[in-house]
Design a protein around this ligand. Structure first.
Ligand code: C2E
Ligand code: MG
Ligand code: MG
Ligand code: MG
Length: 282
C-alpha cells in the first residue's frame, strides 16, 4: 500500500519500518528480561451474576510493570509475546499465579469463586497443555472446577477437530472452558454445538452501544438466546452503564463484567471487593 503512494512515501514507510523493527527487538529483549525478573502482575476483574448481583467469578488479566515505561496494558505486549513464543512461559506464569492467588483467597475464607484465565493460540496449540495445567493444579492445590480457561473463536477455528480434542482433554480434567470475544471471530454455529464448553462471552464491541444501536441490540439479543438454546452460560463483557445492564437483564443474560462493577484491580484492592462480598453473603 505504501508503494502505491509514490517513492517518497515508500522510503518514509521503509525507514519507519526500521525504527519499528529496532523498537520491537528492544521490546522482545525487555520481555525476556521481564519474565526472569518477574515484572508482570495479575489484575483481577469481578464477574457478577445478573439475577442475584453476587460476584461469582473473576478474570485474571496480566499487566507489565516496566521499570522505565510504567504499567503496560496487555494489548501492547501480548501480540509480541505471541509472535516470539514468549507467550508460553508468560501464559504459564499467569496461570500459576492466578491459581495460587485464588486458592489463597479460598483458604483465607473468602467466597469460593472461580478464576478465568486467558489462553493464547500458541498455548492452546501445545501438545503439553493438559499436562502443564495438571501440574499447576497440583502445585497450587486449586480444585479444577474453580478454573475457567478462555479461548477465542479464531483459536478454535484453525483446526477444529484438534481444538475439540484439546477442549475435551481440559474438560475431562474438570476445568471450565469459555469462548472469549464471541461474535468477533468466525466460528461456525454447527461447530459451536460440538464444543465441550460452558460459557460464551459476548464481545464488548456489541455491548458498547446497546440499547441505542439497533444492530448491536439485535446481535446481543440473538447471542443470548442462541447460547441458552445450546445450554450455555452467557457473560457480557465491557458493561459500563445501568442501561446496558438493564437491557441484558431483560434478556436473561447470566453474568456481566465491566467498569459498572469494577475495573480490573491489583490483589490488595480486589481483596477489598472480596471482603464486601463476604459481608453481603452473611
Ligand atoms: P479480554 O480477555 O477480552 O479481556 C477483557 C478486556 O476488557 C480487559 O482489557 C479489560 O480490562 C477490559 N474491560 C473490562 N471491562 C471493561 C469495560 O467496562 N469497558 C472497557 N472499555 N473495557 C473493559 P485488558 O486487561 O487490557 O486486556 C486486553 C486483552 O489482553 C484481553 O482481552 C486478552 O485478550 C488479553 N490478555 C490479558 N491478559 C492475558 C493473559 O494473561 N494471557 C493472554 N493470552 N491474553 C491476555
Ligand atoms: Mg478474556
Ligand atoms: Mg473478551
Ligand atoms: Mg478482547
Amino acid at each position: 500500500r505504501a508503494k502505491d503512494q509514490g517513492r517518497n512515501n515508500f522510503q518514509m514507510y521503509d525507514s519507519g519500518m526500521n525504527v519499528h523493527a529496532v523498537e520491537r527487538l528492544q521490546m522482545e529483549k525487555d520481555l525476556r528480561k521481564a519474565l526472569e525478573r518477574e515484572e508482570f502482575l495479575v489484575y483481577y476483574q469481578p464477574q457478577i451474576d445478573i439475577k442475584s448481583n453476587r460476584m461469582i467469578g473473576m478474570e485474571a488479566l496480566v499487566r507489565w510493570q516496566h521499570p522505565e515505561r510504567g504499567m503496560i496494558a496487555p494489548g501492547l505486549f501480548i501480540p509480541l509475546a505471541e509472535e516470539t513464543d514468549l507467550i508460553v512461559p508468560l501464559g504459564e506464569w499467569v496461570m500459576r499465579t492466578a491459581c495460587a492467588q485464588t486458592k489463597r483467597w479460598h483458604d483465607a475464607g473468602y467466597p469460593d469463586i472461580r478464576v478465568s484465565i486467558n489462553l493464547s493460540a500458541h498455548q492452546f496449540g501445545q501438545a503439553t497443555l493438559a499436562a502443564k495445567v495438571c501440574e499447576i493444579l497440583e502445585q497450587t492445590g486449586i480444585a479444577p472446577r474453580y478454573v475457567d480457561l478462555e479461548i477465542t473463536e479464531s483459536i478454535t477455528m484453525t483446526n477444529v477437530e484438534r481444538a475439540i480434542s484439546t477442549m475435551l482433554e481440559l474438560k475431562n480434567l474438570g476445568l471450565h472452558i469459555s469462548i472469549d470475544d464471541f461474535g468477533t471471530g468466525y466460528s461456525s454455529l454447527s461447530y459451536l454445538k460440538k464444543f465441550p464448553i460452558q460459557t460464551l462471552k459476548i464481545d464488548q464491541s456489541f455491548v458498547r452501544d446497546i440499547p441505542q444501536d439497533p444492530d448491536d441490540a439485535a446481535i446481543a439479543t440473538a447471542v443470548i438466546a442462541m447460547a441458552h438454546s445450546l445450554n450455555l452460560n452467557v457473560i457480557a463483557e465491557g458493561v459500563e452503564t445501568e442501561e446496558q445492564l438493564e437491557f441484558l437483564r431483560e434478556r436473561n443474560c447470566d453474568e456481566f463484567q465491566g467498569y459498572l462493577c469494577s475495573r480490573p484491580l491489583p490483589v490488595q484492592e480486589f481483596e477489598k471487593l472480596l471482603q464486601q462480598e463476604l459481608q453481603m453473603r452473611r
